[in-house]
Write a protein that binds this ligand. Structure first.
Ligand code: PLP
Length: 381
């Protein structure tokens, strides 16, 4: 059968390594999985309780397209209070994960041929998601600190540039931008008349430094869409609950697109998310403290195994490191990752998937013994 142009999209690179790892596991081999971008830990009890209570209701009609009123209300109050934003209820949409919120935003905002600036290294899914939305992603490499600045973006600006994707706190690098850096980027976006799609799904998995939302600058409100999610901040990846916040006209268009595609997000998941936000400090501390311990253990073990100092990432659950640090300089990163999976049973994602050759990304979402033993297996002579 002849497939559409749209279908010529590759499955996410992290997903591919993950499924190769799973295949190996199912044949009985133990695989150390540094590829999965999620906190592997039981859900906090308040989330499970919220879902159980929802199930007791025994009635599950279609959900309201934009999300159940109690979730929209609690999440908009949360972001406004917690991240100093001033979003309105009409500008709040519940979606099936942050990923679908991003796709809806691209679909609602892009016309064929529109270009989207994408700071690199970037989250693997962005280029193909922009393509699905009809646009063309234009990767922009930042400085040696892996942060992008207006002068870097300026070089890639054309008359077709419509939007900028800004991912703070960042997957895969863990960098966290300062207020001043964000303000400069927003000022650049305004001068170039760009929409800013600000992916903030790791906002509350910041260990060092202060997270600042792009939505907290009133003067840029009319051009900023903020994407949020329960996946990382509340450790709820499988529940698939995410959010978009922005000007009401954009959110209305995204809601219409949602109504003609997935209808809405599972009621049980939305009620579990309400319970998560009702207990936000407790749930988030549980997730963040677990991940901080795993980050510290990863870095400590890496330093012992590879006899090199490693800087701790400020946020998220990833270590983006050079092949050189692994004693594998001069190798192609895809080949290196394939070889490590084949020979050492260690799953890592090649940096090329994030727009940078010469690097690999480790996720430290797995339990501590897996992190320790996986790094030891990787470093074996
Ligand atoms: N944005 C970034 C930067 C991510 O890393 C991810 C998931 O890994 C997402 C969005 C999607 O998250 P969700 O699970 O909410 O769809």
């Amino acid at each position: 059968m002849k497939l559409s142009e749209k279908a010529k999209i590759s499955p996410s690179a992290t997903g591919r390594i993950n499924s190769l790892a799973k295949q190996k596991r199912s044949s009985g081999t133990h695989v150390y999985n540094f590829a999965a971008g999620e906190p592997i830990l039981p859900n906090h009890k308040s989330i499970l309780q919220g879902a159980s209570e929802a199930i007791e209701n025994q009635y599950f009609p279609y959900p309201p397209v934009a999300g159940i009123p109690e979730l929209r209300k609690i999440v908009v109050e949360w972001i406004n209070k917690h991240h100093n934003t001033s979003f309105e209820l009409e500008g709040t949409l519940v979606t099936c994960g942050g990923k679908f919120a991003l796709l809806l935003a691209f679909e609602a905002l892009l016309n064929p041929g529109d270009e989207v600036l994408l700071p690199a290294p970037y989250w693997v899914s962005f280029p193909d998601m922009v393509k699905l939305g009809g646009g063309i992603a234009k990767p922009v490499l930042g400085g040696t600190d892996l942060k992008v600045r207006p002068q870097d973006l300026q070089k890639h600006l054309t008359e077709k540039t419509k939007a900028l994707i800004f991912n703070n706190a960042c997957n895969p690098t863990g960098v966290v931008y300062t207020r001043k850096e964000i303000e400069e980027i927003l000022a650049f976006a305004k001068a170039a008349d760009l929409i800013v799609i600000s992916d903030e799904v790791y906002s509350d998995v910041v260990y060092d430094g202060k997270f600042i939302s792009c939505g907290s600058f009133p003067e840029y409100r009319d051009r900023v869409i903020v994407i949020q999610s329960c996946s990382k901040n509340l450790g709820m990846t499988g529940w698939r609950v995410g959010f978009a916040f922005g000007p009401a006209d954009v959110i209305n268009a995204m809601t219409a697109l949602q109504s003609q595609s997935i209808t809405g997000t599972s009621l049980i998941s939305q009620l579990a998310a309400v319970a998560g936000f009702e207990n936000f400090p407790e749930v988030n501390t549980y997730v963040k403290d677990t991940l901080r311990k795993r980050r510290d253990l990863f870095v400590e073990t890496f330093e012992q195994v590879f006899k090199l100092p490693m800087e701790k990432p400020d946020s998220a659950l990833y270590i983006f490191t050079s092949l050189e640090s692994l004693g594998a300089e001069g190798t192609d990163c895809v080949k290196y990752c394939e070889r490590m999976l084949e020979e050492r049973n260690v799953a890592i994602v090649p940096g090329l998937a994030f727009g940078m050759e010469g690097y690999v990304r480790f996720a430290f979402g797995e339990p501590e013994s897996e992190i320790q033993n996986g790094l030891i297996a990787l470093g074996k002579k």
